[in-house]
Design a protein around this ligand. Structure first.
Ligand SMILES: [Zn+2]
Length: 127
């Protein structure tokens, strides 16, 4: 038996602060454009970003209460990786977090060039 190994639910401070700043941005947009209700929030982030989709979802549901977004659906699009192949000098996209083979030439000299994009607000559907 492990003494003191309490099951702790880690606080997703990162996602909470992301959602907090997102809601601030949306509030500012609401004042600027005069909408009072948000139906849907479309977000994106890179496959390798530090955003954890489940934690983000939880943070959004928690913080959106009592905000202009309390009825809103949140949709997160995970952007695929961009990968460069040194064997054939071509680029490809990959949904794999750790691509090792180039689909063009089957070479294995590949390196990820894009995939760390942090959370971005793509689109709001509002009333
Ligand atoms: Zn290749």
């Amino acid at each position: 038996m492990a003494i003191g190994a309490k099951p702790t639910r880690s606080l997703k401070v990162h996602e909470l602060s992301l959602v907090q700043s997102l809601l601030t941005i949306i509030d500012e947009q609401a004042k600027e454009h005069g909408f009072t209700k948000v139906n849907q929030v479309n977000l994106s982030c890179g496959r390798l970003s530090s955003v954890e989709p489940a934690a983000l979802d939880f943070a959004f549901k928690t913080l959106a209460n009592n905000s202009i977004c309390d009825q809103a659906q949140m949709e997160l699009t995970i952007l695929p990786l961009k990968v460069h192949c040194f064997d054939c000098n071509q680029e490809f996209t990959s949904k794999d977090a750790d691509p090792t083979i180039c689909p063009h030439c089957q070479g294995d000299q590949v390196t990820v060039t894009e995939g760390w994009q942090e959370l971005q607000l793509l689109e709001l559907d509002v009333d």
